[in-house]
Design a protein around this ligand. Sequence first.
Ligand SMILES: Nc1ncnc2c1ncn2[C@@H]1O[C@H](COP(=O)(O)OP(=O)(O)OP(=O)(O)O)[C@@H](O)[C@H]1O
Ligand SMILES: [Mg+2]
Length: 411
Amino acid sequence: MNDSSGIQIVELRLAGFRAFENVRLRFDELTVLVGRNGAGKSTLIDALVFLRDALTDSLENALTRREGLSALLHRSSKTAKKLSIALTVRISPAYLRAFTQRTGLVIEPPYIRAGIVATYGFQVTPSRTAKGFRVEHESIRFDTPEGHAGPQPQAPHRYHFFSREGLSLPLLAIGKPSLQLILDALKTSVRAYRLSPEAIRLEPPIGRTSILHRNGDNAGDVLHSIERNRKELSWITRHLAAITPGISRLQSGTAAGRRLIRFFQQSGKSTRVRFDIRDMSDGTLRCLAILLALRQSPSPALVCIEEIEDSVHPAALSVLLDAVDSSTRRCQVLLTSHSPEALSHPSVTPERIRVIQWRNGRSQLFRLSTGAEEMSRPPRSVGKLLRSNALFTADEPERVESDFFTRFFGL
Ligand SMILES: Nc1ncnc2c1ncn2[C@@H]1O[C@H](COP(=O)(O)OP(=O)(O)OP(=O)(O)O)[C@@H](O)[C@H]1O
Ligand SMILES: [Mg+2]
């Protein structure tokens, strides 16, 4: 369980979402997606963001942002025109206690003692209405974690709504504290990053958020909120200095209503030169944003970083992966990577690898074969196997259990 967020992302189940006709993604504290271009790595991350968007904003906007349901549905002649998605999370007793204190809402004592494992999901189909979609089902199921022996809760473990034209999710939670809790937990649980040095360089107007935006454009605000904590600031500075030699200090600032970041670099024994964000290299800015994403507070449960190696020197990449590794106590991390160097880091163990392959019009997710797992143990590595094109996968893809959605949606 993550120390900071109190929420652990357990698994995502998906059917009919873009290239995925069916997939089950089980998360570790660090999970690494590998696969050829167009295999479906970004699609899986977007599925997580889609679910979060549907909860924080509305399903309609989440669909519109993705060109509508018809663009999102898996395109194939055979499969049913339905999109089903379900996310399972584990919520710690500490999170539950803080939630009841914050909101005054009552959660049953057995849950407070043991924590909750919750699965939330919905199914949408196209419709001829103006909106163009129809929510067929919305479900939530919650339970005490497996192996919990104490008293069991009395409240129903399952809530379920069907077919509401124009339903804007989430509908379930209204008036039910335990559901409100789970939806709140889901809303803040996932942050996905596609960081852009150009966006970081824009130096936007001063903002108040301490949560890093998807492209990193509010890096200055996030640094400002972190730098009050000296230990965290020195962690970030230390890692950045190992990536870009000479950096000795970082500081947020303001000028003319804009948020700035100042970088101090050692030049000679006793002289320090100040640089602005505009002067810094693409790789430095991207790495700084990754470090901020890992240390932002409040910490999301899961931080997703696409193509961690982008514009990073191989030597710096190992520092970045050290940073990821030491942050997995605070938050889970999901990475995508094409880089043998990144995949050679000791934290990238074979069990953490998910290989995505696109075959015959659909994407599938595999674990490594037992042979490939053995072959990638030290002194070899997953990266070495990737370099020799030998990341052989298990025979069977990771699919949703055959009757899962049927049972979950009470069909
Ligand atoms: N509605 C759809 N139905 C079926 N396949 C789709 C649909 N929409 C997109 N695709 C496929 O999904 C692929 C996109 O996959 P994605 O962007 O996730 O790849 P990736 O693994 O992130 O690749 P890269 O490494 O290049 O970033 C497209 O190439 C396209 O073939
Ligand atoms: Mg991609």
